[in-house]
Design a protein around this ligand. Sequence first.
Ligand SMILES: [Zn+2]
Length: 133
Amino acid sequence: MIWLLYAALVMISGYFVLAPLFGKTNNFDLGLCAETELDRLLDRKAVNNKGLNDLEFEYKMGRLSDLDFKQLETSYKNEAAIILQGIEQLDVPKIEKEKGNKKGLSRASTKCPACGAETAPGKKFCADCGRRL
Ligand SMILES: [Zn+2]
């Protein structure tokens, strides 16, 4: 019975490895497990990046023709552009920036206890002497 499990596993992992090469990444319905629109887009971005890496790997291994590679690479890059556009439209950088500013205000006057050098907020080590902050 165990071999059946192995066979199923091999087929499933094989599908996930090969699917991006032959179809669109949209085949993965990641929207189901994502909580927010941002999560969904970040998941799509991660899958797309992985697909592109796999594609480059397959190409370097000589398993893809130049034409196939170019076509698939273009579709991945188009997808990446669409995802990035979607993320920008969510206005997330602005929110993150505001969070960062608040953090910066509360920890603006951080000084290294060893050498007295000013350190950037959120840093774990002093840039001047390397002491842990
Ligand atoms: Zn220091």
